[in-house]
Design a protein around this ligand. Structure first.
Ligand code: SAM
Length: 261
């Protein structure tokens, strides 16, 4: 069981450690942090960050006092994460976790589900997360929304170009797209994620739109640069994060379930 060569080729360019730290993607970072801080058990609980990359979230979780285990298939990511105090990283795959049953107080999958194009693989990843979670622990998974490729390309002006337009429409219709970054990504419908959680053995889910419509605003960077306006924007999105009619407009969705006791 291995991830694809295209995934290695993309992530070995070593750009991922900067992704959430600059520009409009800070909105995804701060909103993910905002939701996680409300749903996680109190520190020093043990948090497993599956597909944790170079550790953008592991870093602040460890600083908040959590004991963080991180797993990622890209050795370079694991090397970077190894430099973070309080984080124990290993090379591995979400579909086969090297941890005992019920050993984690929370499990995060902030990446693997959109990198696994086959539903059976996504169910394996969710089932493994459920296996290693202790009863009552939250399991939180990020997905990319089905229509975000069309929305994002229009925002950036790329939708006027073929083949970008064709690829974005294919993602909206069929779920998968060879992204301009060179790897195939899977784009979920929000209800589809809940169905995958159910088929992996979870009960009810809570859903959080991460960026809302704000990621589509031309001046979102200015709002994020200014601490006062940033706080207003984060608060506005928090007030409508679980509004069903708005879930699919976000670039990313966070779905959370608790392992049944
Ligand atoms: C966009 S990055 C997100 C990294 C980090 N979770 C974050 O939110 O900043 C997606 C991560 O998922 C990892 N990934 C891809 N396929 C995976 C798999 N089958 N199992 C575990 N991780 C995987 C990638 O190596 C990459 O580090």
């Amino acid at each position: 069981m291995d991830v694809t060569a295209e995934l290695h080729a993309y992530y070995e360019q070593d750009k991922e450690h900067l992704r959430l730290r600059e520009g409009a993607q800070r909105l995804e970072f701060w909103r993910t942090q905002d939701v996680l801080r409300r749903i996680l058990p109190a520190a020093p609980a043990r948090v497993l960050d599956v597909g944790g990359g170079p550790g953008a979230h592991a870093e602040w979780l460890a600083a908040d006092g959590y004991r963080v285990a991180l797993l990622d298939p890209i050795p370079l990511h694991v090397e970077r994460a190894a430099g973070l105090p309080g984080v124990t990283p290993v090379v591995g795959d979400a579909r086969r976790l090297p941890y005992p049953d019920a050993s984690m107080d929370a499990v995060l999958l902030l990446g693997p589900l959109y990198h696994l194009a086959d539903r059976a693989d996504r169910l394996l990843a969710l089932s493994e997360a459920r296996r290693v979670a202790r009863p009552g622990a939250p399991v939180a998974a990020a997905t990319i929304n089905r229509h975000s490729a069309v929305l994002g390309m229009i925002r950036l002006g790329q939708y006027v170009h073929e083949p970008d337009r064709r690829a974005a429409r294919a993602a909206a219709e069929g779920g998968s797209m060879l992204s301009p970054r060179g790897f195939t990504a899977y784009f979920h419908d929000p209800d589809e994620v809940a169905g995958e959680f159910a088929d992996a053995g979870f009960g009810d889910v809570a859903r959080y739109g991460l960026e809302g419509a704000f990621w589509l605003y031309g001046d979102v960077d200015d709002w994020l640069d200014d601490p006062v306006r940033r706080a207003l924007m984060l608060d506005a999105q928090r007030s409508m994060e679980s509004e069903p009619s708005l879930l699919g407009v976000s670039g990313h969705l966070l779905t959370v379930a608790r392992k049944q006791r």
